[in-house]
Design a protein. Sequence first.
Length: 648
Amino acid sequence: MKLNPEQQAAAHYQGQAQHLLVLAGAGTGKTRTIIGRILFLIQQGVPAERLLMLTFTRRAAKEMLLRLHNEVGKVADNITAGTFHHFCLQVMRRVPKPFGVEDRTVIDRDDAQSLLQLIRGERLKKGEKRDFPKAPAILNYISYAKNCCLALADYLHQFTELDEQTMARLLEIAERYEQRKQQRHYLDYDDILHRFVVGIESNPKLRARIAGLYQHVLVDEMQDTNPLQWRILKALASARLFCVGDDAQSIYAFRGADFRNVHEFEQRLPGAATLKLRENYRSTQQILDLANWLLTQSPIEYDKQLQAHRGRGLKPLLLDFESKFDEAAWIASDLQSRHEAGAPWSEHMVLVRSAWSAKTLEGALIERQIPYRFVGGTSLLEAAHVKDLLSLCRAAISAYDELAWIRYLKCWPRIGDATAARVVSRLIELDPVDNPLQILDSTLAQREDIRQGIALIQQYRGEPGKALKMGAEHLSKALAQRYDRWESRLADLRLLSDLANRYKDLLGFVEAYTLDPVSNSEAEKTEQEDCVTLITVHSAKGTEAPVCYCLGVQPGLYPHMRSLGNQDAEEEERRILYVALTRAQNELLITRAGDDNRTLFHGGSFVHGVGSGYFLEYLPPALVEYQHFGYQQGHGGGSVLDELLDFD
């Protein structure tokens, strides 16, 4: 592989340091460097099976393995690669007893919320329910505390404004949630890492055995690791750690990501060293000058000045609009003009803070019939009909999976809550060696359709693709009556069957896609391949486009109002903007609109309604080309008829 001097220094490192952090700025080739490191280690005689590569998505691991396969052939198949959750679960499945995960079913976030909703309903009186935190909020509290290695009570006191009585009730519900998971043999997403950490930290012999399996541990996106993942890496640190990340792209604190895991790497791991990648292959220097300036304004020392391999190009444009309607109309018009001049739609990306902030632009794109796809939305496995099929698979795998059984049973006509609850109460009493078909025979003797679904999946459990295909066809008898556009939905189920063909057993498939759901955009070839990408900044890491529009970069949003006064939160907001700016390859267009309560627009400048923090407030004029657009008729601004208002 061709590597530049900085990449080669990292990939071929043979210095004294036991552990290495590679600070890879945006577009500097971090993936190439990780792959280069693995190739170098294999060339140095390290057995591929002694390499562990940890990533944050299944897709990233798959892409790296594919590139390694192209370089070294079948040797790449011996590398252990996957997400933290996948790796921990794989280990625990091989030695379940020390971790207490025998016969456990992994549940996704929706199932965890459903379980909490049930418990919340049981534990609260009617009058308490209205103002009490809802199940998604409770799950967020539990998840964040667990990933940050805090007792839930401590987390609630430090990071929420709940009163003592609400906290006490919430702790009761959380405790009952843990008990119910134990009774139903469930593992939620956060339990996987937590049980792994508890297991290896409480059993030195086991820890040494697991850590001893690997000579080198390579970590991608190190800046996204949380305190629990840090403890996993620390437990594996008898091997050499090679961690690649960018402190300036740490934007997932809301998931528990700890910026200090990168920023304090050398202090936390004695004998560690840091190398930097600063040559950017994505953007032109004018785009990088703006991104570099943004980081220099921070009180945190990022010490990062990216240099463009491609040289100089166009200055970023900074465009001010009177209203978000004007802003959206202009972007849609600009996209249309570029397309008419011969540019494919797919060369354009619009970055937004949230799905909500994209609504006005979506309206403008639809109005002009501009094809687009939105990234940052729902995943394929969140679709109701897909979850119905997976509930059948999970029910066939475990008689204790209460949530799956209730969902599967209620797919069928004339089965309501009472009947489903009666069947489930009998199933939960089963001895593990007994077959749930016995219970169905006695409780639903006349419902051969329900029994047959479970029997089919059990029969083909070793052939996941066939199991899902047969299950989908069988369930169609019930689901076709419940959902509209059934043929389209059936195509989703066939897609799921195709994906399952890659797995050796049904449990492996269900767990893989529960841990890292495949998105619609990943799984399906869109009918309209040539389309504009509309994407949230939090979904945009690793993406790029020749022309990027950063929408709504205005006071109140960068930084977001809710972060003002909290330095850590404000700095994460700065990093979010940095990620947005560094997606552009050739052209960067930054738009602002001043039509809400947070900001007023007067004479071409923004007047702050709340706080004083705004990242572009002191932007040097030389870094951008500036344009101001006034009201445009028919898009929420003034009308020519307003000239009649002062008629006497």
